[in-house]
Design a binder for this molecule. Sequence first.
Ligand SMILES: Cc1cc2nc3c(=O)[nH]c(=O)nc-3n(C[C@H](O)[C@H](O)[C@H](O)COP(=O)(O)O)c2cc1C
Length: 320
Amino acid sequence: MKIGNVELKNNIFLAPMAGVTDMPFRILCKEQECGLVYTEMVSAKGMHYDDDKSNKLTLMHEKERPGAVQIFGSDPKIMAEVAEKLNKSDAAIIDINMGCPAPKITKNGEGSALMKNPELVAEIIKSVVSASQKPVTVKIRKGWDDSTINAIEIARIAEKNGARAIAVHGRTREQYYSGKADWDIIRQVKEAVSIPVIGNGDVTGPKEAQKLLEETRCDAIMVGRGAQGNPWIFKKIVKFLEDGTIISDPSPKEKIETIIRHMDMLIDLKGEKTGILEMRSHIAWYIKGMRDAAYTKQKIFQMKGKEEIITLLRSFLMRQ
Ligand SMILES: Cc1cc2nc3c(=O)[nH]c(=O)nc-3n(C[C@H](O)[C@H](O)[C@H](O)COP(=O)(O)O)c2cc1C
């Protein structure tokens, strides 16, 4: 599988998720055979003003490469300036966010609100493509709402203006993350363009992955919520698609060890205070469904130190 000139190990990708796809998590997903990881969305305006937090979000560890940095914004000039800045980064691919439904983003005409403005979409993609030395991709939704479904039109615009792949989340902005993703729109986009199409929405295991690939003929798939606390999902999907084998779930011990590694890497990257704060929701996802998970989660959400969390996790492990 190739996007532009970037060769990827396979076609099962980790979807960009703000607050989820931090660098340590991306490394863990890559260890589990994920074909391509995306950063959390990064504000182009933030990078334009040289905001430290935004700049740091674009960092790519050698263990996760090749990876994609996702940017969001609505000003073609600023987007191009940021793409040029990213020419010096370790990102292999630049992805443009046209799917975020959050009001704080859409009220500025950014994220999924761009789908309401096809002319601006064309302008943004064109300027980013001409400024970037790396392949540019775009991530869209089905449309803004049920009365304005235009994923096909936007995909054609993306292709025409030089995008090298397009990811389609089969929900409208109005749906946010609820209801079932419409995979048929992914099939329709695939039929309409020649660049690779990445299907997205509701893949939570190997069988759905296979179904999405078969039903839509898309070139790759992107896993979002199904990967939260579950980096193992990638190897599971890859192996199943290879030879039909279902790999068993990780043991409780492996899960706890992975949590501790994730936490250590996050603390190294962001310091103990922020690392622990950000780790809390990851831990809740990792332990979901295990015995005593609710009680343990509640305790962890009150903890501020790494050592006390590890002690609690070890006693939690004994009870499994
Ligand atoms: C917590 C969370 C954060 C997200 N952040 C982003 C983001 O930064 N950029 C983006 O393009 N999509 C974002 N998404 C959307 C996902 O990439 C994906 O399109 C969506 O979750 C549907 O896929 P799924 O059904 O596999 O979860 C986010 C989704 C969730 C749940």
